[in-house]
Design a protein around this ligand. Structure first.
Ligand code: URA
Length: 213
């Protein structure tokens, strides 16, 4: 992909790149893969919350009273696209422990190839919240687009999308459908294969997180 659209944030921090490379190795155990995913997710939470709104509060140090700044973590909702998105939640919540969590379950209809929703559970008052959708892989973009379509109906304050890695096809699809949704990723790989897997990628993220293959 020649130039990334302006709201695609490629996270090039050496720690992020190092951990992602270790995760790609086909001989990384489930245990190692999951640990690295947790660490990487915390680092990505750091990037995606960089522009979170803050409020001033008075704080008493042992010496003086001062004005400090805090975030309101409860306003943030991490929305996991099942099931692989769940692998990202723990690392994100370790950085923003007050955040709320939503889940979206989608499967691909074998005839129409369209994403069909089978589960959707969100906190209340979504119109007051900022959403960060998490899914390790932005591949065809179908699930991401369906999740954003659905979440926009709840009129949240903002929506961002975080993945570990993507490919030109995934960016083009999500950005084409929702150009207002920033994409945060640690890598843009070469291409999709005919089965919808990212090349070179890291394989099936759900299987690698949960040890199901
Ligand atoms: N989902 C995965 O888990 N891996 C891919 O490469 C693409 C989609």
């Amino acid at each position: 992909m020649p130039a990334l659209p302006p709201n695609v944030h490629l996270i090039t921090h050496p720690l992020v790149q190092h951990k992602l490379t270790l995760m790609r190795r086909k001989d990384a155990s489930t245990n190692t893969f999951r640990r690295l995913l947790g660490e990487l997710s915390s680092l990505m939470a750091y990037e995606v919350t960089r522009d979170m709104p803050m409020q001033e509060v008075q704080v008493e140090t042992p010496l003086e009273t001062m004005t400090g700044r805090v975030i309101d973590g409860k306003k943030l909702v991490f929305v996991s696209i099942l099931r692989a998105g769940n692998g990202i939640l723990e690392g994100m919540l370790s950085v923003v422990p007050g955040a709320r969590v939503g889940h979206v379950g989608l499967y691909r209809d074998p005839k129409t190839l369209q994403a069909v929703e089978y589960y959707f559970k969100m906190p209340q008052d979504m119109q007051e919240r900022d959403i960060v959708i998490v899914d390790p892989m932005l591949a065809t973009g179908n699930s991401a687009i369906a999740a954003v379509d659905r979440l926009k109906k709840l009129a949240p304050k903002s929506i961002k999308f975080v993945c570990l890695l993507t490919c030109p096809e995934g960016i083009t699809a999500l950005h084409g459908a929702h150009p207002d949704v920033p994409i945060y990723t640690a890598a843009v790989d070469r291409q999709l294969n005919s089965h919808g897997y990212i090349l070179p990628g890291l394989g099936d993220a759900g299987d690698r997180i949960f040890g199901t293959k």
